[in-house]
Ligand binder design. Structure first.
Ligand SMILES: [Zn+2]
Length: 379
């Protein structure tokens, strides 16, 4: 009898998760497909057999609001980064215009509401790296006018006005850490504009300096819990406590390397075994992963349970109102097993249901929390 009830429950439950997912507003707070595809002229309006993102797969995954990250590579890091950012926004606008029946650019929460009523995907711009304003508040204003809803203060390089996690985690003069006065002025301007301050990639000192200055809730768009995976890109418990006090939101990142501390070791082992004598252990994790067979890739990917563990942990630490999703798709080589592209988002809802979250709480994680801080920043 008990068993029978259980399997019945399980059956209706597995049929329901797709509907529950489809009924929610799903927001992904971070995706790198502009740089990976759109900027290179790939047409994401049709289904591609490479990469993790295109519009048909976003539709299939039930993604309603997608943040597209604008990111400047090493070559443009120091000069021309503002122009580089604008060129990427041009390419995004072009893609949106070509696919006007499916997607539209949102510059405000009101825009998002209007777009979602038409059944289209709302595209949001997030600028990933303060280098792209080239130290100029005027440039910040111009990117905001073009629709940038957040600025990730740093990527993995220090700026003259803010230090990043990659550098702070290594040996760095403590006096040079954190935000300078110009950095504080930039944060204040962002508060005034209603633009979210994103502290993913930000150094710990920068994180606390921003919290001391910001009058609005902050975003950590794509990072996880350091306690479960001690990587400089993840947030320590004290940071999570401070984030909760600030009223901000952290979006869980799908990268296997930020979810599972054994990822890199396992990847290298399998890569070496598969490639043999030719194995070049100095390669990036991305190019090692690229060379693996489909089966080996799956074996290396973190289990989906790791992603759910991070969500559970973050919810326990910061509360159900402060956790969101920032997949980082197309900026990462490996995502959890079964969650290999944007069409698979419903499996996250399924996983959360199986962990005992109710519909209302899942809706918060999958989108409402992100929308709430967008709104609170616009006020
Ligand atoms: Zn990133």
């Amino acid at each position: 009898m008990g068993l029978c009830m259980l399997s019945l429950n399980h059956l209706s439950h597995s049929q329901d998760y797709k509907q529950i997912h489809a009924d929610m507003v799903v927001v992904d707070g971070h995706n790198d497909v502009i740089y990976e595809s759109i900027f290179q002229g790939k047409d994401i309006g049709r289904r591609l057999n490479s990469g993790a993102t295109d519009l048909p797969r976003l539709k299939e995954g039930g993604v309603d609001v997608q943040v597209f990250a604008v990111w400047s590579d090493d070559a443009k890091w120091k000069t021309g980064a503002f122009e580089h950012a604008n060129a990427q926004i041009d390419s995004l606008e072009k893609m949106v215009a070509t696919n006007a029946g499916t997607i539209a650019l949102a510059k405000s929460v009101d825009d998002i509401d209007t777009i979602l009523k038409t059944g289209k995907i709302a595209a949001i711009i997030g600028v990933e790296g303060g280098n792209m304003i080239e130290e100029s508040i005027d440039n910040l204003v111009r990117l905001h006018e073009r629709g940038a809803k957040y600025l990730t203060l740093t990527w993995n390089y220090n700026l003259p006005w803010a230090s990043c996690a990659a550098m702070e985690s290594k040996k760095m003069d403590s006096k040079a850490k954190g935000l300078t006065n110009h950095g504080k002025a930039i944060v204040k301007k962002m508060n005034e504009l209603g633009m979210l301050v994103d502290l993913s990639h930000g150094g710990e000192q920068t994180f606390y300096d921003v919290l001391a200055v910001s009058s609005k809730p902050i975003l950590v768009s794509h990072s996880n819990a350091y306690r479960l995976c001690p990587h400089f890109r993840n947030l320590k418990d004290e940071q999570l406590e401070a984030l909760k006090k600030n009223g901000g939101v952290i979006g869980v990142n799908f990268y296997s390397g930020f979810l599972d501390p054994t990822y890199e070791t396992r990847l290298k082992k399998i890569y070496k075994k598969q490639v043999g004598e030719e194995a070049d252990m100095t390669k990036s994790t991305w190019s090692m992963y690229d060379q693996l067979s489909k089966e080996a890739k799956y074996e290396v990917d973190a289990p989906l349970s790791k992603l759910l563990d991070h969500i559970d942990y973050l919810v326990r630490k910061v509360g159900i109102d402060h956790v969101a999703v920032g997949s980082d798709f197309d900026g990462i080589e490996s995502s959890p097993q079964g969650l290999e592209d944007v069409s698979k988002f419903p499996l996250l809802t399924k996983g959360l249901l199986e962990r005992g979250y109710n519909k209302a709480d899942i809706a918060k994680i999958m989108g409402q929390n992100f929308l709430r801080i967008l709104k609170e920043n616009e006020r």
